[in-house]
Design a protein around this ligand. Structure first.
Ligand code: HSE
Length: 429
């Protein structure tokens, strides 16, 4: 049987999950891959650290070079996270003719096109299924069984931390800070949750999804991105009275060659399949011109779900080694130029606006007229007064450009038609 040797960079959560799956299912994996797959070396920061996993100490090393230069190692599995060091290791591995598997969304979103090109030139595979939505096999699905489609839309709940927080706010009556603390206690949120709650993690994943689905590279920094730190429980409650759930969405839509994309807290109609994706779960809602609508659902993080995707990639690599399959296995989709697809970022959207309005004659009329003056059509309005001097008034607006909305809001605030704009949220349409 063919021998395939793996060098694992990192033995954190995902490293442990990957190692556990490779050893636990060794027989099945060798049957599926036609190879004996062995982890030959593992890069760790401290060989003597006490670990809750049974790994032979002699395969642990703190010397990355001893793995990257080992001629017997066929596949480098990068699981250290972060950008610069991971990028360096991946590049070194490719240049030395080794296949690479990584779970690292930040490095693929930041350097993906360059690394994919380099892999192609060096006739090695660079697979990264685990970089988006952990255990959900969305990348392979788009590159293989769905490859015959033109994708028109992809909308993801791709961050489990924020989905857990928003679910707790919705279902268990918590404000943001309490829900974040609970997420940290349960191990869903990091001690420093910034990348998750500010939407950066989701932007990395959307960048990779757009590369695969639409063949375009948009720098994650150029993706319009808003996190969930300013979300108030009151807005989640008001929105539910209109039949919406609040989700952090990472979306991209191709309308006649114009691609819009965003990461944003967004109200989703309760009838939409994404509305029922709760807690730490992830989901991808995809529209292809041939297949129609599809939804993928599962765990987007954690040692075993992420390890599941990493091991799947290792098996794919093992199957290719020693064959000419490298010629037909896509390293990346067809490249698209801006002549084919115009990158417009933000575009029209429906909006939810929460105003604090003085409870006096004509208030609502003036606000509504201001929207009309800017060509904005109102879908629904709700005022909840219990006799206070100022009351929340919620507007749901039909699709409009953000610029038009901002002009209308300027007219409304300049003329003191409202006391405050409490919040503005996008509505999925
Ligand atoms: N921090 C991510 C999440 C998982 O909360 O979904 C890793 O990308």
């Amino acid at each position: 049987m063919k021998q395939v040797n793996v060098g694992l960079l990192g033995l954190g959560n995902v490293g442990k999950g990957t190692y556990t799956i490779l050893t636990k299912h060794a027989d099945k994996i060798s049957g599926m891959s036609g190879s004996q797959i062995d982890v030959k070396k593992i890069l760790v920061s401290d060989v003597n650290k006490k670990r809750d996993i049974d790994v032979p100490k002699e395969i642990l090393t703190t010397d990355a070079e001893s793995i990257l230069c080992d001629p017997d190692i066929d596949v480098i599995v990068e699981l250290i996270g972060g950008i610069d060091t991971a990028y360096f290791y991946i590049k070194q591995a490719i240049l030395r003719g080794k296949h690479v598997v990584t779970a690292n969304k930040a490095v693929i979103a930041t350097h993906g096109p360059e690394l994919m090109d380099l892999a192609k030139k060096n006739r090695v595979l660079l697979l990264h299924e685990a970089s988006v939505a952990g255990g959900i096999p969305i990348i392979t699905a788009m590159l293989k069984p769905l490859a015959g489609n033109e994708f028109t839309e992809i909308i993801g709940i791709v961050n489990g931390t924020t989905n857990y927080i928003l679910t707790q706010m919705t279902e268990n009556n918590m404000e943001y800070d309490t829900a974040l603390r609970l997420a940290q206690e349960k191990g869903f949120a990091e001690a420093d949750p910034t990348s998750d709650v500010e939407g950066e993690d989701a932007a990395y994943k959307l960048c990779i999804l757009m590369l695969i689905a639409f063949g375009v590279y948009v720098d994650p920094k150029d993706i319009p991105c808003e996190g969930i730190t300013k979300i108030a429980k009151a807005d989640i409650d008001f929105a539910s009275q209109f039949g919406y759930k609040l989700k952090l969405l990472a979306g991209a839509k191709n309308t006649n060659g114009r691609l819009k994309y965003y990461v944003s807290p967004t109200l989703v109609a309760e009838s939409h399949p994404l509305a029922s994706v709760n807690n730490e779960f992830n989901a991808l809602f995809v529209k292809g011109d041939a297949v129609g609508e599809l939804m993928f659902y599962g765990k987007g993080a954690g040692p075993m779900p992420t390890g599941s995707a990493v091991v799947g990639d290792i098996i794919s690599v093992a199957k290719c080694i020693g064959t000419d399959l490298l010629d037909v296995t896509p390293a990346q989709p067809y490249p698209v130029t801006e002549d084919d697809l115009e990158l417009i970022g933000e575009s029209k959207s429906m909006f939810y606006i929460n105003f604090l309005v003085g409870d006096e004659p004509g208030s609502l009329g003036k606000v509504s007229t201001a929207f009309g003056n800017h060509g904005i059509s109102i879908q629904s309005v709700m005022q909840r007064s219990q006799g206070e001097a100022a009351v929340p008034v919620i507007y749901i607006l039909h699709e409009t450009k953000r610029k038009q909305l901002d002009e209308a809001l300027k007219e409304i605030t300049d003329n003191n038609f409202v006391q405050e704009i409490t919040s503005i949220l996008r509505v999925l349409s």
